[in-house]
Design a protein around this ligand. Sequence first.
Ligand code: 5GP
Ligand code: ZN
Length: 116
Amino acid sequence: MEKEECIFCKIIKKQIPCDMVYEDDKVIAFNDISPEAPVHVIIIPRQHINNVNSLNQDEAELIGHIFMVAKKIVKTLGIDETGYRIVSNSGKQGGQTVEHLHFHLLGGRMLKWPPG
Ligand code: 5GP
Ligand code: ZN
C-alpha cells in the first residue's frame, strides 16, 4: 500500500530523485539529503508502514531482511569494522519527521552516546 503524500513513497515511485545506494524487490536505500555523518544512509521498505507501532507479525521477515541489507551496505562502504549505528525514530518524541518506517545507518565518524 502506498500513501499519496508520503515523501518516501514518492522516492520509491521515482517521483522524487534520490542518491540510491541499494535496491531490491522489498527495500531501497539512499543517501540522506541532510547527512549527520560521513555515511548517512536511509533504508526503507517499499511497502508503506508508518513506524514500528504499525508493524504486523508477517512483516518480521521484512525487518530481518532490512538488517541483512544494512550488513551488505556497511561492508560495501567499508565501515563494517570501524563501526556504525542503525536507528529508527518513531513518533514525536522519538524525532520521526517522515512517517514511513525507515532505518538510519550512520557511520564514518565517532558517534556520541547517548543521542540528544
Ligand atoms: P526522521 O527524522 O523521520 O527519523 O528521518 C527522516 C530523514 O529523511 C531525515 O534525516 C531527512 O534528512 C531525510 N529526508 C527527508 N526528506 C528527504 C528526501 O527528499 N530525500 C532524502 N534523500 N532524504 C530525505
Ligand atoms: Zn510511504
